[in-house]
Design a binder for this molecule. Structure first.
Ligand code: HDE
Length: 726
């Protein structure tokens, strides 16, 4: 085999034992086996570490462990002859490659994830017996997957869509999955409608368009005919559907669940995730441009933050409702299209999750992780929400086809960290080698093991909450689910003016893409007019429709809930904000160094951006203007220095950079000659959130810049920004 054109890799002369799966990992497994321990219940062998396969120092081998001498050439009959079927090395490699893909998730296909830990702030003993919520000293490992819903695996991150927010807690009592979204309500009330909804929102059947968005006929056709979707569609037309980052998104369990304490007392509970940095959104123009310029914008942001050590943190909050108060609301707690206003039941913050490690392998972890709202632990139970009840069936079912059989719980990322021994046997891809004769219960051959655990015992077995259920077998929607518009009105009324403007623009954009006029008219007249006449009129005008008729729905309940506005979710500081330092050769290097230090000291991420990658006073730019346009940043500072400023002022790209930042309401500063760049870009002389000054005034300018940047958007500039071309 010396005809290879490639230089042969250094051969492995080691005398390692032949081990089929992977070096170290398998040696440990072998050791566990010879020590007589069962790989499924020996704590050490359950460590995910043992599944990490490193190529370091390893010879290239076949899946059967045979060392490979030539990985460049197929076995053939003579140098120019046909390939031989006998070549088991080539056949194994190609066969495996042919099967590398698995079906993507039917919804939430595009996702990114991270490892982390969760700790409760104080014992929740009063409310729940869940072991991971008892002791502030206990760290529970978590794996969190964020996702979009509509698009396929390769779609863009910043599309207008709901985001999935799924958390797997690896607790000592088994896995608990909180499989939520970044919005607190859902489109439909009954699981049986989910396939209809998903078929409507997914790309259309004849042409598989559009990718990653809901701006098309079938989605709007469906939601215009299903008024229970009104509230959630409004959320998806709001800024919540275009988050600035996954790290600053709120999360919600949506359904009402139950907490059950050791005395068997139950209370209703709704779950919330609150990002410690606050919650922010993109502007629609940014979101659209980012989808082209960096389709991985969210994924990259999450990954980079964790690599930098800026670990995303989310606090877990709960709204707890006594069972006795179940019927004290003007909506049904079981209806997933409703939220409990925080002003009515405050969100109690009970713990914090910190995402501190990126996955090693996207496929093995993020693609193969299997969430399920039915993965609960003692102390957490379900309500009769008909959407939740359907989900309890769906998630195991979907994994069976997605992950190729019922043993997906044995894939490393899905394995509990506690033992999971039972009498289930065999099936596709079984990993455990069960020993012993008895795989049934009761048995005497194995002294009765594995045995049930008394729920009353410490660390007891799972026991369902004993809710009394007594009803007629019937297919009917409860009358208490009939109000579809009051909470849509509540949400809309709670928005600030810019948020309301964005909502109207989003309806106009989406409906503008709908080809059937009758669908557009139905949304305006049958949906929007029923919860807000002004919104209906604005949308109608934008679509060239006649003024809508007056809505007939009766609106009840609170008029507004300030907690729903993202404007009230802003947190002080500019930690992890990305700030562009716009410069060119000849810019003031000392000023750049000073700014880098000062911004870094605030926890921000300053990046030197220049027309080319040529050094500026000994500093290497982080990227070019073309490589990282202003849409990737939270603010921009144009550095002083006459020569550099002149280059920037003459550069159309540099002028566009500041103009676009201005248009997108970002904090801007210019020092010394850097001000000429703003003038060349024809920015107004005075505008909110634009700080300028002489080189000597840099401390004051920076202070003003930070004050603007920590607002995240300079909303008061919106009218001025409108008139600026971009
Ligand atoms: Fe899901 N959903 N869903 N869903 N869902 C899936 O499970 C389903 C619903 C959510 O990162 C699927 O493993 C039904 C609400 C997230 O892997 C599937 C119904 C909420 C994820 C499925 C709903 C969600 C999924 C597809 C109506 C918010 C991604 C692949 C009864 C509370 C999890 C998979 C991840 C994924 C079914 C409604 C959240 C098909 C039938 C409501 C975050 O099983």
């Amino acid at each position: 085999m010396s005809t290879s054109e490639h230089a042969p890799a250094p051969s492995n002369k080691g005398t390692k034992e032949c081990i089929p799966m992977a070096g170290k990992a398998n040696t440990q497994k072998a050791a566990a086996r010879s020590a007589g321990t069962n790989p499924t219940n020996d704590p050490k062998s359950r460590d995910l570490e043992r599944n990490r396969v490193s190529p370091q120092g390893e010879a290239l081998r076949t899946n059967q462990g045979v060392k490979i001498a030539d990985n460049q050439n197929t076995l053939r009959a003579g140098p120019r002859g046909p390939s031989l079927l006998e070549d088991f090395i080539m056949r194994e490699k190609i066969t495996h490659f042919d099967h590398e893909r698995i079906p993507e998730r039917i919804v939430h296909a595009r996702g990114s994830a991270a490892h982390g830990i969760f700790k409760v702030y104080e014992s929740m003993r009063e409310y729940t017996k869940a072991a991971f919520l008892q002791d502030p000293a206990v760290e529970t490992p978590v794996y969190v997957r964020f996702s979009t819903v509509q698009g396929p695996r390769g779609s863009a991150d910043t599309v207008r869509d709901v985001r999935g927010f799924a958390v797997k807690f690896y607790t000592q009592e088994g896995n608990y999955d909180l499989v939520g979204n970044n919005m607190p309500v859902f489109f439909i009330q009954d699981a049986i409608k989910f396939p209809d909804f998903v078929h409507a929102v997914k790309p259309e059947a004849p042409n598989e368009m559009p990718t990653g968005g809901s701006a098309h006929d079938t989605f709007w056709d469906f939601v215009s005919l299903v008024p229970e979707s009104a509230h959630m569609v409004l959320w998806t037309m709001s800024d919540r559907a275009i988050p600035r980052s996954l790290r600053t998104m709120e999360g919600f369990g949506i359904h009402t669940f139950r907490f059950v304490n050791a005395k068997g007392q139950a209370r209703f509970v709704k779950f919330h995730w609150r990002p410690v940095l606050g919650s922010y959104s993109l502007l629609w123009d940014e979101a659209q441009k980012l989808a082209g310029k960096d389709p991985d914008f969210h994924r990259r942001d999450l990954w980079d933050a964790i690599e930098r050590g800026d670990y995303p943190e989310f606090e877990l909050g709960v709204q707890i409702v006594e069972e006795a108060d179940e019927h004290k609301f003007d909506f049904d707690l079981l209806d997933p299209t409703k939220l409990i206003p925080e002003e009515r039941v405050p969100v109690k913050i009970i713990g914090k999750m910190t995402l501190n490690r990126n996955p090693d392998n996207f496929f093995a972890e993020t693609e193969q992780v299997a969430f399920h709202p039915g993965h609960v632990v003692p102390g957490i139970d379900f309500s009769n929400d008909p959407l939740l009840q359907g989900r309890l069936f769906s998630y195991t079912d979907t994994q069976i086809s997605r992950l190729g059989g019922p043993n997906f719980h044995e894939i490393p990322i899905n394995r509990p960290v506690c033992p999971y021994v039972n009498n289930q046997r065999d099936a596709m891809h079984r990993q455990a080698i069960h020993v012993g004769q008895a795989s049934y219960e009761p048995n005497s051959l194995n002294d009765g093991w594995p045995k049930e655990t008394d729920p009353a015992a410490e660390d007891g077995g799972f026991e369902s909450y004993q809710e009394r259920v007594d009803g007629t077998k019937i297919r009917v929607r409860s009358e208490s689910f009939a109000d579809h518009f009051s909470q849509a009105a509540l949400f809309y009324n709670s928005m600030s003016q810019p948020e309301k403007d964005h909502i109207a623009a989003a309806y106009q954009f989406e409906l503008g893409k709908v080809t059937k006029p009758e669908i557009r008219a139905r949304v305006v007249n049958e949906i929007l007019a029923n919860f807000d006449a002004d919104l209906a009129a604005t949308v109608a005008e934008g679509l060239g429709l006649p003024a809508p008729k007056k809505g007939t729905a009766k609106l009840v309940g609170p008029k507004s809930s300030p907690a729903l506005s993202l404007m009230n979710r802003v947190k002080p500081g500019i930690k992890t904000c990305k700030i562009a330092l716009l410069a060119a050769p000849g810019s003031d290097g000392a000023a750049i160094r000073q700014l880098q230090q000062a911004l870094g000291g605030e926890g921000a991420v300053p990046m030197l951006i220049a027309p080319t990658l040529a050094e500026i006073d000994g500093l290497a730019p982080d990227a070019t203007i073309a490589g990282l346009p202003s849409i990737m940043f939270d603010g921009v500072i144009v550095v002083g220095g006459a020569k550099g400023a002149k280059t920037l002022a003459q550069s159309g790209d540099a002028r566009h950079f500041v103009l676009e930042a201005f248009k997108h309401l970002k904090a801007i500063a210019a020092l010394g000659a850097g001000r000429d760049v703003l003038t060349a870009a024809q920015l107004p002389d005075h505008a909110d959130g634009v700080a300028t000054g002489d080189d000597q005034q840099s401390a004051d300018v920076l202070k003003a810049f930070i004050a603007a940047a920590e607002q995240h958007r300079v909303w008061s500039r919106a009218a001025q920004a409108e008139s600026v071309p971009a």
